[in-house]
Design a protein around this ligand. Structure first.
Ligand SMILES: *Cc1c(COP(=O)(O)O)cnc(C)c1O
Length: 382
């Protein structure tokens, strides 16, 4: 049904009504005092979200822009870096690092499993010459629904003393705890179309003092993504280029909503939704793709047996107007993914589980009694 489609993909995520309304305003001058007020307010709200005293810089671009900015502003030609690769996004950071001529050592984990923090620890400990300049990895690996152990990996990085952490927090920020200062994180990147509950187009990068020190000597080529003009202008509540003014209107509204809800409630809500989906899928014998102990609060991948996951996904879209994500690369047809990130409530969770159950029953590919998934989920939701 037209206009009724519910997004349950890991970005773009659903946008609240008040945010949509804010987007529909006439743009204002990006050098006006009214706009400066918005930059000032959102800057402090972004620090709250990142749990940091560092500036959080906003770039008009998708999440990849923020991550690329973090890499090219802190590193220099030929620098040795470790890249964690346990999914599609991990792979992307390997590609970016190689594109800039960095000397990349890849640490892999099978898709569906978390990176092993001890493997990273050992590599860092062996590096007595302190040649490793950064460890680049993804916190919540959206392609598989795995949450890497950011806190532990960050501890190992700090123990090395030289290497910086450069972390893709695109589907973890605003879904689970990412306390930048407490965990001593150096570079965090994120994007507006995920936990921020606004459309795609803005990305965010925050850097620690250590990262800014590295920035002073970094010699990788950059212009639009050179963060020093962003850092300079944010001091005057301004930006180097014309930002997406209307997305800032949206950002202000969504951050207001998040502050009203509080970080802890947001994290609890995501955890509850994840657990409800996991319980429901177990009850109807639909295998979870990611290890449960390392599962992302933002996305759950399901690996149905004996049927193409795309068939289930298409049916749910056509019949129930819910868009789920498919599997990427070798997981195409093997998994479908439920996004439960951002503007998601208990009703959405109940609805998607019902749609999955009804679909499996209509296809005759389950022998669990109908309602058993909902039953398991409602225990957790109530
Ligand atoms: C969505 C996403 C990104 C950003 O992708 P863009 O298309 O550049 O916004 C990066 N990392 C992860 C883990 C994501 O889920």
């Amino acid at each position: 049904m037209q206009d009724k489609l519910t997004l349950m993909i890991p970005g773009p995520t659903p946008v609240p009504e008040s945010v949509l309304t804010a987007l529909g305003r006439h743009p204002i001058g990006h050098r006006s005092s009214e706009f400066q007020e918005i930059i000032k307010k959102t800057s402090s709200q972004l620090k709250w979200l990142h749990q940091t005293t560092n500036d959080v810089l906003t770039i008009t671009g998708s999440g990849t822009a923020a991550m690329e900015a973090g890499i090219i502003n802190t590193l220099s030609k030929g620098d040795k870096v470790i890249c964690g690769d346990n999914g599609k996004f991990g792979q992307r950071w390997v590609k970016v690092a190689k594109a800039y001529g960095l000397n990349v050592q890849v640490v892999k984990a099978e898709w569906g499993k978390a990176l092993n923090p001890n493997e990273i620890k050992e590599i860092l400990e062996k590096d007595t010459e302190k040649e490793i300049k950064a460890v680049i990895f993804t916190h919540s690996e959206t392609s598989t629904g795995v949450l890497n152990d950011l806190e532990t990996i960050s501890k190992h990085i700090r123990a090395h003393k030289q290497a910086l952490s450069i972390v893709d927090c695109v589907t973890s920020l605003g879904a689970c705890d990412v306390p930048m200062d407490k965990w001593n994180l150096d570079v965090i990147a994120s994007g507006s179309q995920k936990g921020y509950m606004i459309p795609p187009g803005l990305s965010f990068v925050a850097m620690s003092e250590r990262a800014w020190t590295a920035q002073k000597t970094s010699n990788l080529p950059k212009f639009y993504l050179d963060l020093s003009p962003y850092q300079k202008t944010i001091k005057n509540d301004s930006s180097p280029f014309t930002p997406s003014v209307n997305l800032y209107f949206a950002l202000e509204k969504s951050l207001d909503m998040m502050q009203k809800e509080s970080l802890n409630s947001i994290f609890e809500r995501h955890k509850r939704h994840k657990k409800a989906i996991q319980a429901a899928m177990k009850a109807i014998k639909m295998p979870l793709f990611a290890e449960e102990e390392n599962s992302s609060p933002a996305i759950t991948a399901i690996a149905p047996t004996n049927i193409d996951a795309e068939v289930i996904r298409k049916h749910i879209k056509e019949k129930y107007d819910i868009l789920l994500a498919g599997g990427q690369d070798h997981l195409k047809g093997k998994v479908f993914r439920i996004g439960h990130l951002g503007f998601v409530n208990d009703r959405d969770i109940i609805t998607v589980i019902s749609a999955i159950e009804a679909t499996l029953h209509s296809m005759g590919i389950t022998n669990s009694p109908i309602g058993s998934g909902i039953n398991a989920a409602s225990d957790i939701l109530s």
